[in-house]
Design a protein. Structure first.
Length: 237
């Protein structure tokens, strides 16, 4: 989170420097439009929020389960509707490629007889998504305008293995195909001569337990698996 704070401070500094150094007046009437379109591309870091099982019989076999942030990518189309001078409603249909790493720590007694079990797994998804966001904008300062974001997200994993038959020899971590999240973040708009560029930092938090219980230790070691994603995005409007 310290890195996120540093990035926010840096972006704010860049924005106010741009206001001080660049002659104001680029795209003066852009934010007066009732509806406009754009595109958003960005980098993601995703993991699972896990709840480790309280079952003693499982804890004696698998000593810990951890999820780590892994990189991904997203691209979205922006449809932006102006509600008033400081509030906009946005739809962002798009696609996100998600990767999440899982690490397992097995007991020595168990691995001595079950050496095939992995200590690491990667769970990949391709979400066709429909985020909806409210954008609360501050007053424009020259060619710079900060804003806050909040909203919801519904996505379907089009590469889901949900219907695949699982087995204990080569277990896969199956996830439910639908994910629902809430999102919050901050953005910084820069009015350039021919385009409005924005940089956004957002976090999304899953509301659904994505775990499919296949009665194997890869999933029995947890009682809840919810998505968490950090997004660094660039928008062009």
């Amino acid at each position: 989170m310290k890195k996120l704070a540093y990035i926010l401070i840096l972006l704010a500094s860049v924005g106010f420097n741009a206001h001080a150094q660049v002659r104001p007046g680029n795209l003066n009437s852009f934010d007066d439009r009732m509806l406009h379109w754009g595109i958003q591309v960005g980098y993601t870091q995703s993991k699972f929020d896990l709840h480790y099982t309280p079952e003693d019989s499982i804890r004696q076999t698998i000593l810990g389960t951890t999820s780590y942030y892994s990189p991904g990518f997203h691209i979205n189309v922006i449809g932006d509707l102006k509600l008033n001078d400081f509030l906009n409603l946005r739809l962002l249909p798009g696609v996100t490629l998600v990767s999440r790493d899982m690490a397992y720590r097995w007991s020595d007694a168990y691995t001595s007889t079950h050496w095939k079990y992995d200590t690491q797994r990667t769970v990949e998804s391709v979400y066709a998504e429909m985020p909806i966001e409210l954008k609360v904008r501050a007053k424009r300062y020259g060619n710079f305008r900060p804003y806050l974001l909040g909203g919801g997200y519904v996505g379907r994993d089009v590469a889901s293995l949900f219907k695949n038959q699982n087995n204990n020899d080569e277990s896969i971590i199956r996830l439910k195909p639908i994910d629902i999240r809430y999102t919050m973040g901050v953005g910084f708009s820069f009015f350039l001569p021919y385009v409005k560029l924005a940089v956004e930092l957002k976090m999304s938090f899953g509301l659904i337990d994505l775990r499919v219980d296949d009665n194997d230790l890869y999933t029995l070691s947890t009682t809840d698996m919810r998505s968490r994603t950090f997004m660094l995005s660039f928008t062009f409007e």
